[in-house]
Design a protein around this ligand. Sequence first.
Ligand code: PGA
Length: 270
Amino acid sequence: MREPMMAGNWKMYKDPLEARELALEVVGRVGGVSGVNIVLCPPFVSLTAVAEAIEGSNISLGAQDVFWATEGAYTGEVSPKMLTACGCQYVIVGHSERRGRFGTWPGDWPRELLGVFGDNDVTVNWKARSALAADLTPIVCVGETIEERKAGATDAVVREQVTAALAGMSAEEVACVVFAYEPVWAIGTGEVCDAEEANRVLGLIRQLLAERVGDRAATMQILYGGSVKPDNIDGLMAQPEIDGGLVGGASLKADDFAALVEAALRSAGR
Ligand code: PGA
């Protein structure tokens, strides 16, 4: 039986004071809920504020990115060890925005900025492995763009991203990875992926995991992300492969996020 998970990706929102406020609101609503892995992923600078706000609750802390070295001359980067020291148990790795695969390109940015955050299949693999080595659970994001979907390349893209993310990992390590299927065209657009189609792609991911870890793939949590909202969560959670959500916009409102957690809880034991 897999425990459902609801992870809030706050992206570049909430400075430390705002983050503390939102985290306290979330604690007030769902801090005592057990049976769902609830994870909040604020920006780096707000990790400590959120760690303090969720202390003693059932909510866990995650970061939105990580660098693979432990320390060194890497100006601007943050190591796995620094994240665990801030109280993190999770880290998002390879979000499409960090891979430079934006659903819509910010209008006034020149195309030379494409790939500005620099993540690719190789850095995602290094980041995920370094996270595991520091006892952080990587939430690895994969998913196709609208062009790739229209070209019928969804499965090939997902297969390639999943395989690359897991390169060089032992079966024990693979079994600790949480994947999030996030079709790029569904992120921040309000256009959620059809629940049955999301379930199908998650099934493909689980099949790829089974090739590495056998039966243990059935115990691994896999998430869907992309315009998850209170009004579509029940349909998603009703799908057998979908263990929860990686949520952007709706995680910034305590009421909406609490509604998502409650839906995940209702789905447990389905
Ligand atoms: P969204 O973002 O829920 O705002 O679509 C999801 C994500 O980017 O993880």
